[in-house]
Design a protein around this ligand. Structure first.
Ligand code: NAI
Ligand code: OAA
Length: 335
C-alpha cells in the first residue's frame, strides 16, 4: 500500500469522531502538533460530533486555531458523517459512550454498535483509497468488525481496533515490577479482545536480552500481572472516577504512528482482521503480535504458543465470537 504522502503541498486528511469528548480533547493537540503522523506531515482535520457535542468540538477548534500549529492546514467541525469521511486518509473512531463503574465494555455493544455501521458505510462511500481506520470506542474489536462489514470496498485489513493501551499498560507494570526502564522491554503481546479476557503474553518478551520468564514466576503472572493488565481500565474508572483518557489518546497516537511509519524489527500489538493465524477464526478482529512494514500491519508468524497461552487466547477469541453473534442477532452486521 502507498505510504502516507510526505509532500508539504499535500495535507493528509484525519477524521476524528467524538471530537468534543474527553479522549478527543487529549488527542487533537497532539495530532495537530505532528505526533500522529510525523513532524513533516501537514494535516487537514475533520472533527465529527453528534449535535449535542458540537459546541464542545467548536470550542476545541477555536483553541486549535489559538495554538498556531504550523502543520495544521485546516479544521472543520461537522455533524454530517458523509462530510466527515469524505477523502479521509486516517479515521480515528473514538466517538461512543464510555462505560461506568460495574459495567463491562461488552455491555456497551447495543448502544455503541449502532454508531459504527453508518460510519463504515460513509468510509466505504467517500474515504481515500489508502484509508486507515482505528476504532477506540468500546467494545472496540466488535465495533471495528461492524464498521468493516459496512465497508465492502475497503480492504478489511484497514480496519483495526486499539489494544496498544493494553500493551503500554503491560509494559509499564512490568517495568515497575522489574525496576527496569520501559524502553528495555520488547516483544510483549496482547492477544484477543480489548476486554477483561484479553491475554497479555510475556513468553516471548525480553528485558534487554533477558527473557521476561526468567525474571518473574508463573504465579505472579497468572494471579497478579494478567488480571491487573486486563482489568486496568476498571481500576482507572474506580480510582479516577472516569475511564482512561490521556493514556488512551497516547496509545492511539502510538498505534497510528507505528502503522504509518513502521515498527522495525520489534513488534507491538494491534487488533486486526484475522487471516486464521494462531487458530483465530479468519475475519474476526483480534489482537495479535504485529509489525508494520511498508504501511501495512503484518502478524508476527511462527511463535510457539504453550498450553498456558493457548487456553487464554482461546478464551478471549471465544468472547469475540460471542460478541459477533450478539451483534448479528441485533441486526448490526449486514446479512
Ligand atoms: N480502546 C481503548 O483502549 C479505550 C477506549 N475507550 C472508549 O473510547 C470512547 C470515548 O471515550 P471518551 O472520549 O472518554 O468519552 P466521552 O463521552 O468524553 O466522549 C465521547 C464523545 O463521542 C461523541 N459521540 C457519540 N456518538 C457519536 C457519533 N455517532 N459520532 C460522533 N461522535 C459521537 C459524544 O457526543 C462525546 O462527545 C468510549 O467508548 C470509551 O469506552 C476509552 C479508553 C480506552
Ligand atoms: O475500561 C474502559 O471502559 C475504557 C477502556 O477501554 C480502557 O481503559 O481500556
Amino acid at each position: 500500500m502507498n505510504p502516507i504522502p510526505r509532500s508539504t503541498a499535500a495535507p493528509v486528511t484525519v477524521t476524528l469522531t467524538g471530537a468534543g469528548g474527553q479522549i478527543g480533547y487529549a488527542l487533537l493537540f497532539r495530532i495537530a502538533s505532528g505526533q500522529l503522523l510525523g513532524p513533516d506531515v501537514p494535516i487537514r482535520l475533520r472533527m465529527l460530533e453528534i449535535p449535542g457535542g458540537l459546541a464542545a468540538a467548536e470550542g476545541t477548534a477555536l483553541e486549535l486555531q489559538d495554538s498556531a500549529f504550523p502543520l495544521l492546514h485546516s479544521v472543520e467541525v461537522t455533524d454530517d458523517v458523509t462530510r466527515a469521511f469524505d477523502g479521509t486518509n486516517v479515521a480515528l473512531l473514538v466517538g461512543a459512550r464510555p462505560r461506568g463503574p460495574g459495567m463491562e465494555r461488552g455491555d456497551l455493544l447495543e448502544a455503541n454498535g449502532q454508531i459504527f455501521g453508518p460510519q463504515g458505510a460513509a468510509i466505504n462511500a467517500g474515504a481515500a483509497d489508502d484509508v486507515r481506520v482505528v476504532v477506540v470506542g468500546n467494545p472496540a474489536n466488535t465495533n471495528a468488525l461492524i464498521a468493516s462489514a459496512h465497508a465492502p470496498d475497503v480492504p478489511a485489513e484497514r480496519f483495526t481496533a486499539l489494544t496498544r493501551l493494553d500493551q503500554n499498560r503491560a509494559v509499564g507494570l512490568l517495568a515497575a515490577r522489574l525496576e527496569v526502564p520501559v524502553g528495555s522491554i520488547s516483544d510483549l503481546t496482547i492477544w484477543g479482545n480489548h476486554s477483561a479476557t484479553q491475554y497479555p503474553d510475556v513468553f516471548h518478551a525480553r528485558s534487554g536480552a533477558t527473557p521476561i520468564v526468567d525474571l518473574v514466576d508463573e504465579r505472579w503472572l497468572s494471579d497478579e500481572f494478567i488480571p491487573r493488565v486486563a482489568k486496568r481500565g476498571a481500576e482507572i474508572i474506580a480510582v479516577r472516577g472516569g475511564s482512561s483518557v490521556a493514556s488512551a489518546a497516547n496509545a492511539t497516537i502510538d498505534h497510528v504512528f507505528d502503522w504509518v511509519n513502521g515498527t522495525g524489527e520489534s513488534w507491538t500489538s494491534a487488533a486486526i482482521v484475522s487471516d486464521g493465524s494462531y487458530g483465530v477464526p479468519a475475519g474476526l478482529i483480534s489482537s495479535f503480535p504485529v509489525r508494520s512494514v511498508d504501511g501495512a500491519w503484518q502478524i508476527v508468524q511462527g511463535l510457539e504458543i504453550n498450553a498456558f497461552s493457548r487456553a487464554r487466547i482461546d478464551a478471549s477469541v471465544a468472547e469475540l465470537i460471542e460478541e459477533q453473534s450478539a451483534v448479528r442477532a441485533l441486526g448490526l452486521l449486514p446479512s
